[in-house]
Design a protein around this ligand. Structure first.
Ligand code: HEC
Length: 501
């Protein structure tokens, strides 16, 4: 990211980049975090990495003139020894959807249109699979590898996406696909050089993009310029809008730009992929809690086991004393909630393995037992606003963690019965070491009172009414169809919107 032009630029590229910005972007940073894999290409002696999206997310607030904002959401190549710029490809100019270009990349030698190329490939969060020549940065292919509704393809002469104006959610909200979860996250892909197929952990996920009319630049709190709690109200107001978040693994022919096979879906993100020379694909089914092996060529499922917990991490293969092993870290509580057993383990497989997993433990979630809701409506409303800005990202929309188990469901917290206990955590940081920091810098006692009043009101609503259709659950019409698909029906749970962790 270029800094304040008044301070001068570090190099020529930062000067060029600054011309694609307006406003005072350096005050809040502008974004562009490099948070995932870098790859090194020994043939060209280049380090290739991807950059993140902008801050705040909503570009209207970041750059009122809608510049390209280099080098956000770009694949970049620099010289190993000096870090000197060699080339870049910006996948998402004027980024406004959390479309980082940071996902894992694969380098391969391929023949394309009769010519040998050493390429770098990235299935991007934005739904396009980019194939670039490593030496020159030339864009060879840009194919949608899942459903995309923010752009009508990529113009191969300019390399720019044909963005649909309405997708920028400036005049009205937009039900984005791929949503902010992305068509692909951090999950490692795999490439088999023998059959030339790339195996992609893929996500098909909607998320409504709704502008935050109350946005004010600030470096505290969750400050994106979009209304993070809005998918709840969006789907309430648009009950037939498509929704859902499913994951699957697919085999992709990057030269032909087409799918060869795909697995069945699981709810939420799906697991990372390993391709072996023996022609197998190992992969976990996320919330499906299954670890399985597919035939690399046909996609036939050859083997599977129930892991008792989500399988998302990248499996590895290794040899020890002449024996081949497959190992995978498991543990991701997608269903039972924060306090449910997580079964975090390293599972190791060999051909003669005989170990059985111990039986699962019984678990009952804490009861929904709030005190009566007595606060005035305006206090509850103020609490909803505060909650949405500071708490929803971890504790879930509308006060309730559903599906994901990364933080407790506050509607079931015993602390709803005592403001003092609540403030010991929220203002005094009693649980800081467990990942729940103090909000004393951002919130005053009247704010936390309002937040607690809002959660109490929500908990009473949930206790007294049948549950609302969950974010991530399909609309009623699709639910009907899914009765015949037990795998999806059973996992009709919700993901939190932000799932890079
Ligand atoms: C970065 C993620 C994150 C954010 C943001 C966050 N929390 Fe938490 N919170 C946690 C985690 C993790 C725990 C569980 C800590 C533990 O293991 O005891 C927790 C626990 C709590 C608890 C204790 C629940 C119980 O019954 O033990 C309360 C109350 C709470 N949070 C309130 C809030 C409020 C109010 C906000 C917004 C002002 C907020 N949290 C924002 C992650 C978060």
């Amino acid at each position: 990211m270029p800094g304040n032009p008044a301070d001068g630029f570090e190099n020529e590229q930062m000067k060029v980049a600054a011309e694609t910005w307006s406003g005072e972007w350096w005050k809040l940073g502008g974004g562009g975090t490099v948070w995932d894999t870098a790859v090194y290409d020994s043939v060209n002696d280049l380090v290739i990495f991807g950059t993140g999206n902008g801050t705040p997310w909503n570009q209207q607030y970041r750059d009122p003139e809608t510049g390209d904002n280099l080098f956000l959401a770009s694949i970049m190549a620099v010289k190993l020894e000096t870090g000197e710029y060699v080339w870049h490809y910006q996948a998402t100019p004027a980024e406004t959807w959390d479309y980082d270009a940071a996902s894992p990349m694969t380098i391969a030698d391929i023949t394309y249109e009769g010519q040998q190329h050493r390429v770098v490939m990235q299935p991007s969060k934005n739904g396009f699979l980019y194939m670039l020549d490593v030496a020159s940065g030339e864009l060879l292919r840009a194919d949608p590898f899942t459903e995309v509704n923010w752009a009508d393809g990529v113009d191969m002469t300019t390399g720019r996406p044909r963005t649909r104006p309405e997708a920028r959610y400036e005049d009205a909200s937009f039900n984005l696909l791929p949503g902010v979860q992305g068509a692909h996250g951090w999950h490692p892909n795999a490439y088999n050089p023998e059959n030339g197929l790339l195996y992609i952990a893929t996500q098909h996920a909607y998320s409504p993009m709704v502008e935050d009319p109350n946005y004010e630049p600030s470096d505290v709190g969750f400050n994106l310029g979009i209304n993070f709690g809005a998918s709840f109200t969006y789907y309430r107001d648009n009950p037939n809008a498509p929704r859902g978040f499913e994951g699957f693994v697919q085999a992709w022919d990057p030269v032909a730009g087409k799918q060869v096979w795909r697995s069945e879906s699981n709810q939420g993100p799906t697991g990372s992929v390993l391709a072996t020379a023996g022609g197998l694909i190992f992969q976990g089914s996320g919330s499906g809690q299954e670890f399985r092996a597919f035939d690399a060529q046909t996609g036939a499922k050859l083997w599977s086991m129930q892991a008792q917990t989500a399988v998302l991490a990248g499996p590895i293969s290794y040899e020890l004393d002449g024996q081949q092993y497959i190992a995978v870290n498991v543990g991701g509580n997608q269903q039972g909630g924060y306090y449910a057993p997580n079964y975090s383990r390293l599972l190791v497989f060999g051909l003669n393995g005989k170990v059985q997993l111990p039986p699962v433990k019984e678990y009952t979630p804490p009861p929904l037992d709030p005190p009566p809701a007595t606060a005035a409506a305006e206090v509850v409303d103020a609490g909803r606003g505060r909650y949405s800005q500071f708490c929803a990202i971890c504790h879930g929309e509308e006060g309730q963690t559903r599906g994901g188990g990364a933080s407790p469901d506050l509607t079931r917290s015993a602390m709803l019965h005592s403001q003092e206990a609540f403030d010991t955590v929220v203002l005094q940081g009693a649980l800081t070491e467990r990942g729940m920091g103090s909000f004393a810098e951002a919130l005053k006692p009247e704010d936390t009172q309002a937040i607690r009043a809002f959660i109490v009101a929500r908990a009473n609503e949930l206790k007294n009414a049948p549950p609302q259709p969950a974010f991530g659950a399909p609309p009623p019409a699709q639910q009907q169809q899914q009765r015949s698909e037990p795998a999806q029906q059973q996992n009709d749970e919700v993901q939190q919107p932000h799932v890079e962790q």
